[in-house]
Design a binder for this molecule. Structure first.
Ligand code: MN
Length: 718
């Protein structure tokens, strides 16, 4: 073993503190320069800008932005779902007060800057191994590695910006504390661990994993080392479920005790303190955690089945539409962690050697294991392995350089070694830069859509509701400061059902449902009655949900009193997902069976040839016979619609009746959008089509308040 360790030993490389700090800065700047590629690609695109700044590119970012905005404003509305108490919103609001840039600039750059801080723990961990230069190269790789970049790029304003930085700092701090053997060093690990768990509760398992591995590390290698007992006595307090202000008090008190009573603390007393600490953990949280693990392992299946049997209504789940990677191909997995398959193998092999050579690196295993869990649990986990796999890859390169140096004389040895390091480091870093160049993520919304929302914000009160699909919930709330029924966090089938119903039903049923949905949503905050649809069914004493839904076709339905205004935000971008939206309401609530799919076909790539409009290989429209060919089927055309903006910029929809005797389809050419649609009667009569596409709406029910090619807004009159 010692022989092997000698073989794997890389010559020490330790820099003065000031040069080390300089290298941290260089790695950080490198990470920012790579991230700047996205900014420079899009800084000329006017549609991606708002308030003279590029907009963010992640939907969830608007959630934190809403919270930060409200903290800064000092007010928000009851039950508006604004996340004012979340760390992400708090941190953003705090920084907005300190840093003299616009709010838009702040949230655009924050993820890039905080994400790039990953270079710090990577280089600090390497410094513990006395490998400063190795740490520098690993930091450059880790900070821009494929999956880590995707989730910390500029504009990707989400909790991801610290979700790896904080646990990695924790792992470093644990290693540092164990190496330094001083009570003061003990303070850092709990601090980062608490910060990490506060920032995102999801990192709790990483912290618990780090604690457990430290515990076993002690049991195996350091049973007689009193310092380890002290450290674990302190660190275990982090994991308790005690209030966040009690934990630091306990931790500081315990560390002070260790410092002050240094000599007087006999082995037995330290052991006693450690046991007391562990018991505190078992009482406050530990027991729950262990039960939780057992529960998950053995009981979940039975429980879920029982719950499903108890609920009588069945909804369509978002999981059915989101293609969650259950099983991901190996190449994708490797790319996400290291940028290339070559880089991945180099890193894996190097990481194993690192574990063999430096035992303390075992403490990084929980995070790496969680990253590898991605092969089972889905892509989002890969990031956890990134920092340590980067260290692994670079250490293998440094070991190779050491042996290649043997072929050169003393004078040229150094140059040869650096050449090898730079060549191979470049080879594994470069695919990640290539990925950044190709990863052209658009902003969430276009400027013209935001204009509509800003205008809507001016006319709507903060208590008013805006009905739209959940994908647009957070941006709507951020730009228009209103309430929404569904959003990126509230989109279970039971919440989506009424909204999908409002967007895809006929105007009367949609209008009734919108009023009921809003009033019962507000009511449920005051007297819990379940989701709004459940509240409605209870309030109307409906025996059968289908009868209730049919009753909504009555314009004179008895509705609860109107407490506020309701607006419909109908963007053109919803056209692509219309069939998906429809699935959520096109379901029998008793049996859970999907209804027959409406016919919907959209093409933005159609050709006008002689007498035919060819929409795709399978779908075409014969202008002479007024027939639509769909595969081998021929269907009669009912209506031909041409929508456009006239000379005065007024939206027009020319509707030409072709035949109405038989069931058929309608063709719609939306000139301003360059899109051609073939839809059936049901889709033609839906609220979205009547209001957005045809502007042929019931004036008793709706009032058009904003119209642009990108999005239209209607106000509900009932
Ligand atoms: Mn609000």
């Amino acid at each position: 073993m010692n022989k092997l360790k000698e073989v794997l030993t890389i010559p020490e490389n330790r820099l003065d503190r000031k040069y080390f700090l300089l290298l941290i800065l260089v790695a950080f700047i490198f990470s920012m320069v790579v991230r700047y590629i996205w900014v420079s690609d899009f800084s000329g695109v006017e549609q991606f800008k708002w308030n003279n700044e590029l907009m963010i590119n992640t939907n969830d970012g608007y959630y934190w932005a809403e919270g930060a905005r409200d903290i800064l404003a000092g007010h928000h509305q009851e039950n508006d779902l604004s996340p004012i108490l979340t760390p992400a919103a708090e941190l953003t609001a705090l920084l907005a007060k300190i840093i003299p840039v616009s709010f838009e600039t702040l949230i655009l750059w924050l993820p890039g800057i905080l994400g790039s801080l990953l270079v710090l723990p990577i280089m600090l961990i390497a410094r513990l191994l006395r490998q400063d230069l190795l740490g520098f190269f690993a930091a450059m790789l880790g900070a821009i590695a494929w999956s880590y970049y995707n989730r910390t790029m500029i504009g990707y304003y989400d909790t991801d910006m610290l979700i790896i930085v904080l646990p990695t700092l924790t792992v470093w701090a644990v290693m540092y504390a164990l190496k330094r053997d001083s009570s003061i060093a003990m303070l850092l690990a709990p601090t980062f661990a608490i910060a990490s768990m506060y920032w995102h509760a999801g990192t709790t398992n990483v912290i618990i994993g780090t604690f457990l591995i430290t515990f076993f590390y002690m049991i195996i290698f350091e049973r007689k080392n009193l310092y380890y007992y002290k450290f674990l006595a302190v660190f275990v307090l982090v994991l308790t479920t005690l209030p966040i202000w009690i934990k630091p008090l306990l931790i500081v008190a315990l560390i002070s005790l260790f410092l002050l009573a240094k000599e007087r603390l006999t082995d037995k007393i330290v052991m006693g303190i450690t046991i007391v600490s562990f018991i505190i953990y078992i009482i406050f949280g530990g027991f729950e955690w262990i039960v939780g693990i057992l529960h998950n392992a053995y009981l979940t299946r039975g429980l879920v089945a029982a719950e499903l049997d108890m609920t009588s209504l069945k909804f369509f789940g978002v999981v059915n539409t989101v293609r969650e990677a259950g099983h991901i191909p190996f190449e994708t997995f490797a790319n996400r962690i290291s940028g290339s398959v070559f880089g991945f193998w180099l890193s894996t092999f190097g990481y194993i050697l690192l574990l063999v050579r430096y035992r303390i690196m075992l403490l990084t295993l929980p995070m790496v294991a969680l990253g590898f869990f991605a092969l089972q649990g889905g892509l989002r986990f890969t990031v956890f392995a990134v920092p340590f796999m980067a260290l692994g890859g670079m250490s293998l390169i440094f070991i190779m350089a050491k042996y290649i140096g043997l072929f050169f004389n003393e004078k040229s040895k150094k140059y040869a070694q650096y050449a090898v390091i730079i060549l191979f480091a470049g080879m594994i870093i470069y695919p990640n830069i290539k990925h950044v160049q190709l990863y052209k993520v658009p902003t969430v919304f276009m400027k013209d859509e935001v204009k509509v929302l800003a205008k809507l914000g001016e006319m709507a009160s903060r208590e008013d509701y805006v009905v739209s699909w959940w994908d647009y919930g957070y941006p709507i709330r951020y730009y228009a400061d209103v309430k929404t029924l569904v959003d990126g966090g509230k989109h279970a089938g039971i919440s989506n059902f009424p909204v999908a119903f409002e967007l895809t039903s006929n105007q009367v049923a949609a209008a009734n449902m919108a009023r009921l949905d809003v009033e019962f949503t507000e009511k449920s905050f005051k007297e819990p009655c379940g989701a709004s649809i459940e509240c409605m069914l209870k309030a109307y004493k409906a025996k059968n949900p289908n009868d209730f839904l049919n009753a909504l076709n009555d314009k004179n339905l008895q509705r609860p009193a109107k407490t506020r205004d309701i607006y419909f935000f109908l963007p053109n971008r919803m056209m692509n997902i219309y069939p998906t939206v429809n699935m959520f309401s096109n379901i029998d609530l008793l049996s859970g069976k999907q209804g027959a799919r409406p016919f919907f076909f959209m093409s933005q790539n159609f050709k006008d040839e002689n007498n035919k409009i060819i929409l795709s290989n399978a779908v075409s429209l014969d202008k002479k016979t007024a027939e639509v060919t769909i595969g081998k089927q021929k269907v009669k055309l009912n209506y031909y619609v041409h929508t456009y903006y006239d000379k005065n910029g007024v939206y027009k929809a020319d509707i030409q009746k072709v035949q109405t005797n038989q069931p058929g389809v309608s063709a719609i050419f939306m000139e301003a959008h360059g899109q051609f649609l073939i839809v059936d009667e049901r889709v033609m009569n839906s609220l979205y089509f009547r209001l957005f596409v045809l502007e042929q709406y019931d004036k008793d029910l709706f009032e058009k308040v904003i119209s642009s090619p990108y999005a239209k807004v209607y106000k509900l009159k009932i």
